[in-house]
Design a protein around this ligand. Sequence first.
Ligand SMILES: *Cc1c(COP(=O)(O)O)cnc(C)c1O
Length: 432
Amino acid sequence: MFVSKNLSVNGENHLVIGKNDAVSLAKEFGTPLYVLDEDLVRENCRTYKTAMDKYYGGRGLVLYANKALCTLFTCRIAAEEGLGLDVVSGGELYTAIKADFPMEKICFHGNNKTADELEMAVENNVGHIIVDNIYELERLNSIAAKHGKVQKIMFRIKPGVDAHTHSFVQTGQIDSKFGVALENGEAFEIIERAVSMENVKVTGVHCHIGSQIFDIDPFLKAAEVMMDFIGDLKDKLCLEIDELNLGGGYGIRYTESDDPIEYDEYIRHVSEVVKAMSEKRGVKLPFIYMEPGRSIVASAGVTLYTVGGVKDIKNVRKYISVDGGMCDNPRYIMYESEYTAVVANNASAEPCETVTIAGKCCESGDILLKDIKMPEIRVGDTLAVLATGAYNYSMSSNYNRIPRPAMVAVSDGAAKVVVKRETYEDLIRNDL
Ligand SMILES: *Cc1c(COP(=O)(O)O)cnc(C)c1O
């Protein structure tokens, strides 16, 4: 009945997540509150891992793209489930280090890693650095030389594939700040240069075409283009590429109209394309990586708010104000993203009117859900916004000096705080 399959309703007509009553969670831990269903996160990790074993003989590694939700807790889950990790900054790498994540299973991405970040990665023996451009390549080679190491690298390639998603989250086309292009020979040149360097070893190529993509075709096309490129590298440079990293971007269900395909299907189909292309181009079957972020954590998250006011502007719009907003979930203000909400204390009530759920920040664009059908909402109700596990906490801010909410992990009836609620003291910690 809900967009996320892990939710249900109990005898008191309250929303239930991870066998916990959402209204009780709101009472016990306060609102706004991020709730993360640990069991579903683990299940999602296993779905990908099992598919990789089943369809590609285990000759691959699923990396959790940490930027979707980066905490010590989620890093530890990814490690326990046997996944690798994709990090995009020194801060994410630091979190992984502090979570004792196995460094060899980390890929470090980003279009402008600083010298300090590269140094940190080399010092800590990060498995692969995904090199974005020539400046970074030169910088990395000299840093690795300074440390007497040979750093394994892959290159971020733009495969020139249109991913049919929001333009802000499309990354595979030539007009992108990420990576090097195939069309103009740039990718070829940079790899030729890297091969001549002493302190980097080119092991693979990488692409990531975008995010929240529902079609399977762009992924298959990208895999085909990348395999062709691997074939070209062999033919023209006699360079054998061992690893192919195909990125993430698999869509999830935010509203009823979203229809993602089963995640293991991606791996099944992509495996077929990679195998066929390896025969066609006479190259060895590469070890493959996939990097799901959103699809591992999004559906496992729910954010709970308390309704503080209802403003019914006759013939205009009815606003419901909650005690959070763009500071804990900036996705509407950034992308006009859509969500589904439930009145947690009246969870099976039928929708009866159109309302807009507004946040408490001093911005008219601070909306969580615009013009959605909801049951009657009253002041004091607990409102649950669904599928907020990805790109909410990780994109949160202290705008208006609003402390970040706590995050509670729920599992089989138990609930524990995994990120403490920020205090006012936290807000001024760095002020001098
Ligand atoms: C963001 C990102 C991902 C994960 O994308 P999702 O849409 O969250 O699955 C994977 N790889 C790279 C390089 C990324 O930048």
